[in-house]
Design a binder for this molecule. Structure first.
Ligand SMILES: Nc1ncnc2c1ncn2[C@@H]1O[C@H](COP(=O)(O)OP(=O)(O)O)[C@@H](O)[C@H]1O
Ligand SMILES: [Mg+2]
Length: 240
């Protein structure tokens, strides 16, 4: 697929002839620097934006509604005026399910994402950053998705909390068999998490393969550069 934005008479080609396959149950990492087109691609797959050319094809009996997205900033993606219980079960209200059934489902979802039950009666702002992302994950799971797209969901979290959130996503994916498109620019976090990877650079996929390849012998010189830059940064962060 391709995507071009038209604005003020000029056009900007943001995604260029993208070919990306995500298999059932796979954790697929999408790696790329800021502005490379990751979020645009994610939103097209999730049906929040339209491709200019090409399309997303769902195999088996999958549909667009089977795709759920978790966003980078929970303060923007979670309504601060709604209690967590209503956030995670909002879609069930539309389906006219009883209040008691909704509460039971909310309790179930909170247990899945390791949130205390008393957080259901709280507002997002009363929770920590990591807990807020757990609420966002719980909300995505309400409708039993087949594909979960996580767009830099740990970028605002400290390393330990990030790791816990990744472990949770991986555990749930293997329990329920859904696929994950995990978007990040932090390569080291992928080591024990992702199954395969694709690197996006200026709107095109320039490298992809099984995750071991990324750490042993990445194909593209850009990928090596990206990894080198992160390794160079790592010690500085540790010694702070
Ligand atoms: N609605 C839009 N209109 C015009 N340009 C956009 C729009 N959304 C994103 N872009 C541009 O597309 C490019 C890719 O953005 P994005 O997909 O958000 O990248 P990433 O998530 O990798 O940081 C950027 O140059 C951005 O400015
Ligand atoms: Mg983005």
């Amino acid at each position: 697929m391709s995507k071009t934005f038209e604005r003020n008479g000029s056009s900007k080609n943001v995604l260029k002839d993208i070919h990306l396959g995500i298999r059932k149950g796979e954790i697929h990492a999408l790696i790329g620097e800021s502005g490379s087109g990751k979020s645009t691609l994610a939103e097209i797959i999730a049906g929040l934006q339209e491709a200019s050319e090409g399309k997303v094809v769902f195999l088996d009996d999958h549909q667009q509604m089977d795709v759920q997205m978790i966003f980078q900033n929970p303060d923007r993606s979670l309504n601060p005026k709604m209690k967590n219980v209503d956030i995670v079960t909002e879609r069930l209200i539309i389906e006219k399910i009883t209040k008691q059934a909704r509460m039971n489902r909310a309790k179930e979802l909170f247990a899945l994402v390791n949130l205390p039950e008393d957080a259901l009666d709280k507002y997002p702002n009363q929770l920590s950053g990591g807990q807020k992302q757990r609420v966002a994950i719980a909300r995505a799971l309400t409708v039993n998705p087949r594909l979960l797209i996580a767009d830099e969901i740990t970028s605002a979290l400290d390393p330990i909390t990030s790791l816990e959130v990744l472990k949770l996503l991986k555990g749930l994916a293997s329990k329920y068999g859904y696929s994950v498109l995990y978007i990040t620019h932090h390569i080291q976090s992928l080591k024990n998490f992702a199954d395969c990877y694709s690197v996006i650079y200026q709107g095109g996929i320039i490298d992809s393969g099984p995750i071991e390849q990324l750490f042993i012998s990445p194909k593209a010189s850009y990928t090596k550069e990206l990894m080198g830059a992160q390794l160079a940064l790592a010690p500085k962060i540790r010694h702070k």
